[in-house]
Design a protein around this ligand. Structure first.
Ligand SMILES: [Zn+2]
Length: 456
């Protein structure tokens, strides 16, 4: 009796063990996975009915059944009702609006997905998910039209545009140019109106083409071309022959100052090319990055810039320089600022309030200050001997921000003064000319204000 009891106890133990193992197997087996299918669809979908809606689904054990229905709140239609025997782990549906059997002209619908997988979980019933997307039908193109723009843009210079952009489900508003740059726009004066400053970069070989682009969440797009008179400009072009004396003295010592590690094994001409090509590209890119923004300022108001008292112009914006060594062209560059010189270590003053977004070393520009004046307008001060402001500082009109010097790629004490518009260095001369600013900026802006407020 005692013996039998012992053996039955053992049997029971073995059975329990088998059950535990079986349960563990089921629990860990892929066939019994407990994850419901995943349906990749947004909670709210804007649809212009032009392109099919793409819905993806995934599941570890594959799909058993998919039911997709569309409802307008009163009636509904089945778009997909499929049973699957394969163990496909991914499904993709391209849903088009039903042309037959569903006469509904509402602009809001509910798209529902009921999906069951192939898992043996839930007593072989599988895991089920029910999900819904609100569909907002929007077939209306956005509104985009120009209210006012500057009459002309000079190559290397800028133009302003004030425009209307409207849509019930607005997504993006920007200016697209034919050279790849997208200019940002900010709200202006009244709801639905925007302003942007755009430039025609000096290096562009083509004429400028710029259009306002307004997109909505359903993928509808409106484009409106801005009609500027494009004024070409003949910039100075010069050929500079590099002498060995210049390379071995000035360039060699400059290379040592800028990056001794990288340049010490280079030949004299390689050092020059490193500074004028590689380093210039990096430095211009840094300026492009720190000035590629358009912070919103409530009022557009600027005084002409006058950064250096009695500063004589020693080089203009836009000069194109090619460099020759041993009768061969070795390098080229565009001068993207205005060089002004007075006494060495002269005070550099800022003519408009703003915020310092860069204060430090920047390659060929040397010690540099960059100030954000709002509306995508930045002023830049290079080759300084010392900086009197820090990043993040607010500067006041007339404040001395730095002293002139010869840091970076400079061979005499001077100020390299620049203006950048959303990342592109433009002609500073325009921004130092009161009449140019009045005719090309303020009159256009005031005219736009009157039109928007119905005064004209
Ligand atoms: Zn310069």
């Amino acid at each position: 009796m005692a013996r039998k009891n012992k053996s039955s106890k053992r049997t029971l133990l073995i059975i329990s063990l088998v059950i535990i193992l079986l349960m563990a197997f089921i629990y860990n087996s892929k066939m019994f996975e407990r994850e419901p299918p995943q349906v990749f669809a947004d909670e709210t979908i804007y649809w212009n009915l032009k392109k099919p809606l793409n819905v993806k689904m995934t599941d570890e054990s594959g799909f058993k059944r998919v039911l997709i229905q569309l409802s307008d709140g009163e009636n509904s239609i089945t778009l997909f009702n499929e049973k699957y025997s394969t163990q496909n782990k991914e499904l993709e549906f391209n849903i088009t609006f039903p042309k037959k059997g569903f006469y509904s002209k509402k602009n809001q619908y509910m798209l529902s997905y009921e999906v069951v997988d192939h898992s043996f979980w839930n007593f072989f019933m599988g895991n089920k998910i029910i999900k819904e997307s609100v569909i907002i039908v929007d077939k209306q193109d956005p509104i985009a039209y120009v209210v006012a723009n500057s009459y002309k843009i000079t190559k290397g210079g800028i133009g302003v545009v004030v425009f209307k952009a409207e849509d019930a489900n607005m997504n993006e508003v920007y200016i697209q140019t034919n050279f790849g740059k997208k200019f940002k726009a900010v709200p202006f004066e009244k709801d639905g109106y925007y302003i942007a400053l755009i430039s025609w970069p000096r290096e562009q070989k083509n004429l400028l083409n710029a259009e306002i682009v307004v997109t909505d969440l359903a993928g509808n797009i409106a484009r409106e071309r801005i009609r500027y008179y494009l004024q070409d400009k003949n910039y100075k072009s010069s050929k500079i022959t590099l002498s060995d004396t210049f390379l071995n003295n000035s360039i060699a010592s400059l290379a040592r100052d800028i990056d001794d590690d990288k340049t010490q094994d280079m030949s004299a001409i390689e050092k020059f090319m490193f500074i004028n090509d590689t380093l210039r590209k990096e430095s211009v890119k840094t300026i492009g990055t720190v000035t590629d923004n358009m912070s919103y300022t409530r009022y557009f108001s600027l005084e002409p810039f006058y950064p250096l008292k009695n500063g004589a112009v020693v080089a203009s914006y836009g000069d194109f320089r090619t460099y020759e060594y041993g009768k061969k062209k070795v390098s080229e560059s565009y001068h993207l600022g205005l060089d002004l010189a007075s006494t060495s270590g002269a005070n550099i003053t800022v003519s408009n309030r703003g915020k310092v977004v860069f204060a430090g070393d920047n390659g060929i520009y040397g010690k540099t200050v960059v100030i954000d004046h709002g509306f995508g307008i930045y002023s830049l001060y290079g080759h300084c001997s010392s900086l009197l402001v820090q990043e993040g500082d607010s500067v006041m009109v007339g404040q001395v921000i730095a002293k002139t010097g010869r840091t970076g790629f400079a061979f005499g004490d001077h100020l390299h003064f620049g203006i950048a518009i959303q990342g592109i260095e433009v002609r500073p001369e325009e921004w130092m000319d009161e009449r140019w600013m009045r005719d090309n900026l303020f009159e256009v802006i005031n005219n736009a204000k009157s039109l928007i407020n119905g005064e004209k």
